[in-house]
Design a protein around this ligand. Structure first.
Ligand code: DHB
Length: 399
């Protein structure tokens, strides 16, 4: 009897304690679910004509996390990947869901200019930092004070290309660009800078952003007999363009091909064939960039991705994760304005070379390399031979 009483009286408080601690654990768990994981919403075109951009950036973001862990300030970092298929209305809806429902600490990705512009108002309304890892029209960072960019801008690459062309006896050029934001930036900044260097753009041609047919513009270019054609096309279209350039006999007719590096994209270059040999472009990243940091990056990326060669999109994704991680470490996991401020001014060595996030413009400051397609070990690469060091976006001069 005594034993039973004792047992009962001992068991009751134990049970009460267990219940109380379960309750505490549950409410702790609820709190953990709401506030613990640091969620990064990564919106990319994973399907559709621009899927290679999504594939490259996702692979780079996952590589960064594999190399740098998934805990910051004692909290788990969670990547939430969403496919917008390159459609702006989808990007907008996904960005809204990620901000409102998932309470992400940051939005990231954005494979094309219209997609970044569609999400910009949500970054502003939600005070959510948005890292543009791909899209490259200059005006994007002006669409929201919460946008930071780790890719590049077309005015930067176009100006670097124009300077090289003007100095290297190229005089008459036809420009050929995709007919939307980055193409229009490239066309304008190349023409102005090239004219200042003594050259002339004799014709400005454009092709649609989606499913372009290059034959009419290539025929026109051939008839006009320029020294060179200056090209901007979004990542993924370079191979088809290069094939038609050769089929129309422009290389044989002595028309040089120059452009921003998007046309000799590392994602496709190895399979472009000899028509690509000698093409000169200006860009911020080449898989052949000669530095220990890049060699390590390329090796790790290829090892993790069935030998896929990283392109400039991958580097935009990798560096985007870099500034998010360092930013979150500095704020101990706080998002919003604190995270935005912690990303501004970061300086580090990227696989592309030294970079800084300009605190005034939230653009990346980086070397723009002039490169020529050559065979290295029998395989085509963009071999860097000249650089304009630490270029700021020329469209934001004085800002
Ligand atoms: C953009 C897309 C690209 O694929 C690229 O190479 C450059 C710019 C853009 O839409 O901004």
């Amino acid at each position: 009897m005594l034993m039973t009483t004792t047992t009962t009286s001992r068991r009751f408080p134990l049970r009460a304690l267990a219940a109380a601690s379960l309750l505490a654990a549950c409410s702790g768990l609820a709190q953990a679910q709401a506030g613990d994981a640091l969620k990064i919403g990564l919106i990319l075109p994973m399907t559709g004509p621009f899927a290679s951009t999504g594939k490259q950036i996702e692979a780079a973001a996952r590589l960064w996390m594999a190399q740098n862990g998934t805990t910051i300030a004692g909290r788990k970092v969670e990547l939430i990947l969403k496919d917008d298929a390159g459609v702006a209305d989808t990007t907008r809806r996904l960005a809204q869901e990620l901000v409102v429902n998932d309470k992400v600490v940051a939005l990231a990705g954005f494979g094309l200019t219209p997609l970044a512009l569609a999400a910009a108002p949500l970054a502003t309304q939600g005070k959510t930092p948005l890292v543009v890892m791909a899209a490259a029209t200059s005006s994007i960072t002006e669409a929201s004070p919460f946008i930071v960019r780790t890719s590049f801008t077309l005015p930067t690459a176009a100006v670097a290309m124009a300077d090289w062309a003007a100095k290297n006896k190229v005089r008459r050029v036809v420009s050929l660009v995709a007919d939307y934001g980055p193409g229009i930036d490239a066309e304008k900044w190349f023409a102005e800078r090239f004219a200042a260097g003594g050259g002339t753009v004799i014709d400005k041609l454009r092709t649609p952003m989606r499913s372009p047919d290059f034959s009419p513009v290539l025929q026109k270019t051939r008839d006009e007999k320029p020294d060179a054609v200056f090209v901007f096309l979004p990542s993924g279209q370079g191979s088809v363009f290069m094939k038609q350039f050769a089929e129309r006999g422009l290389d044989k007719a002595g028309v040089k091909l120059i452009g921003t590096g998007d046309v000799t994209d590392d994602d496709l270059l190895a399979d472009m064939g000899d028509v690509a040999l000698g093409v000169v472009t200006a860009h911020h990243y080449s898989a052949a960039h000669n530095s220990p940091v890049n060699k390590k990056f390329v090796e790790a990326f290829q090892a993790a991705n069935n030998k896929l060669r990283p392109n400039f999109m991958a580097v935009g994704g990798y560096d985007g994760m870099h500034i998010l991680y360092k930013g979150l470490e500095a704020t101990k996991g706080e998002g919003g304005q604190a995270l935005l401020d912690a990303m501004k001014g970061q300086s580090f060595e990227s696989p592309r070379g030294p970079v800084t996030i300009d605190p005034a413009t939230r653009e990346i400051v980086q070397d723009m390399h002039v490169r020529r397609v050559e065979k290295v070990g029998g395989v085509l690469f963009n071999v860097e031979f000249d650089a304009i060091k630490q270029m700021k976006d020329p469209a934001k001069a004085g800002k």
